[in-house]
Design a binder for this molecule. Structure first.
Ligand SMILES: Cc1ncc(COP(=O)(O)O)c(C=O)c1O
Length: 416
């Protein structure tokens, strides 16, 4: 999407606004699909962007979907995914969520603890059913160089590799469950293709050993992914040619042993991040104690990750000013919140601006509005808009001030 398109979106839908480039989503999906062996499936991790319209696009592209709450499961079903294309994974699934997942008959519930398996077993027994589960293992290895490690360290995720013996023994006594799969997710935001391949080979070995040792048919193997996106100055692009070439060699070694197994990767960020732009308008330009501030109508309340949420290093998302170039100045881009943490660009070099100009934060298609504290200070929530071949389509309407009253009740009159 060029600046003219983005400007039309900002004018047409108001700021702040999220805009998603459909062609970019399609090309990322194809890139991932074509980098994998042809037998592999992809789960779109909808936590990255749970809009129904986006889920529908992934369904159209042939993807399956990974959900992490009953809300996501409901959206996935509403988007037209058939239950046999859906998995459910999360360390904290409630009884009601598990009941919903069992009732809808999804492909697999991924269990993260023995206690959770016992709850599913109870629900399945009540319904006279046998439910397929996969077991998430927290292995002793991780994914070298990933942004956030999600294995090899203590965490709330999965069953510890060293406790597998006792846990599988217990799992096998739960007669209304059938262990059909293994899931391992080693980390997110990995930019080194070689490390991803190495970690996936370790996952394959561990899954094969586990199914042999604990005597179950490995019908389903979820290798995770962690495919990353270069956001920051020193980030390198994940080389999918290296991934494809190295992984196909690995696959040649294991494909016979996995001929009866459906193998998947899962991905959210890689598929979505690059497609999105967050547009926020400069309301005021001010100087304070020698520093310049661009005060915008949207900030960390709607794009928390650009304000360093969940990151250890304070670096800036790529950003530019729509339709402006020329003399640059060092500025801080801030939102409208009453907190000094509301900084979405710190000491950034941007062309000189005036109030009314629009800041475009790039690579904002994943973990944007839904990973942000949007209710904080009740500022209107941005519309989310899809762009495709010269046209725009609304995917979520802007929340106006009245929408913040949604589901609120006045205090009981006796207490007034
Ligand atoms: C289990 C699991 N699967 C998939 C993902 C999606 O990761 P990404 O968006 O980096 O592809 C995550 C992210 O934390 C996760 O925890």
């Amino acid at each position: 999407m060029n600046d003219k398109i983005l400007n039309d979106i900002a004018t047409g839908y108001g700021t702040p606004v999220y805009a998603y480039d459909t062609e970019k989503i399609i090309s990322q999906y194809k890139l991932l699909k074509n980098s994998l062996p042809k037998e592999f499936g992809i789960f779109y991790s909808m936590k990255a962007n749970p809009l129904m319209g986006i889920c529908q696009l992934f369904k159209k592209l042939g993807s399956c979907i990974e959900t992490a709450s009953s809300g996501e499961l409901h959206t996935a079903l509403s988007s037209g995914f058939s239950p046999d294309k859906i998995i459910f994974t999360s360390p904290g699934k409630t009884y009601e969520e598990l009941k919903y997942a069992v009732e809808t008959g999804i492909y697999n519930i991924n269990i993260e603890s023995l206690e959770e398996a016992e709850v599913i077993n109870e629900i399945a027994a009540e319904k006279g059913r046998v439910v397929d589960i996969s077991v998430r293992i927290n292995p002793d290895f991780d994914i070298a160089g990933s942004g956030i490690k999600m294995s090899g360290v203590a965490s709330q995720f999965g069953i510890d590799q060293i406790h597998m013996g006792s846990e599988f023994k217990e799992l096998k006594t739960l007669t209304n469950l059938k262990i059909t799969g293994i899931h391992i997710y080693t980390g997110t935001q990995a930019l080194n293709a070689h490390s991803i391949v190495q970690s996936m080979e370790q996952i394959i070995k561990l899954a094969l050993d586990t199914s042999e040792m604990y005597c179950f048919n490995l019908k389903f193997l979820n290798l995770g992914g962690g495919f990353g996106v270069p956001y920051f100055k020193d980030d390198s692009t994940l080389d999918m040619d290296i991934f494809r070439n190295e992984f196909s060699e690995i696959w040649d070694k294991y494909k016979d042993s996995l001929s009866d197994t459906q193998v998947f990767v899962e991905s959210g960020r890689f598929l979505m991040a690059e497609s999105g732009t967050y547009l926020t308008k400069i309301l005021y330009k001010k100087e304070c104690k020698g520093r310049k501030y661009l005060v915008c109508d949207g900030g960390s309340n709607q794009h928390a990750s650009s304000a360093f949420l969940g990151r250890h290093i304070r670096n800036n998302f790529p950003m530019h000013i729509l339709n402006k170039s020329g003399n640059e100045e060092q500025v801080n881009v801030v939102g409208p919140l009453c907190t000094p943490t509301d900084v979405i660009g710190q000491n950034v070099m941007l062309p000189e601006t005036v109030a009314g100009d629009i800041v475009a934060i790039e690579k904002s298609g994943a973990y944007g509005i839904t990973q942000s504290p949007g209710l904080f200070l009740s500022h209107p929530l941005p519309a989310e808009v899809q762009y495709y071949e010269g046209k725009t389509y609304i995917l979520r309407e802007r929340w106006e001030k009245e929408d913040f009253m949604l589901r609120q009740k006045p205090m009981d009159k006796n207490l007034l």
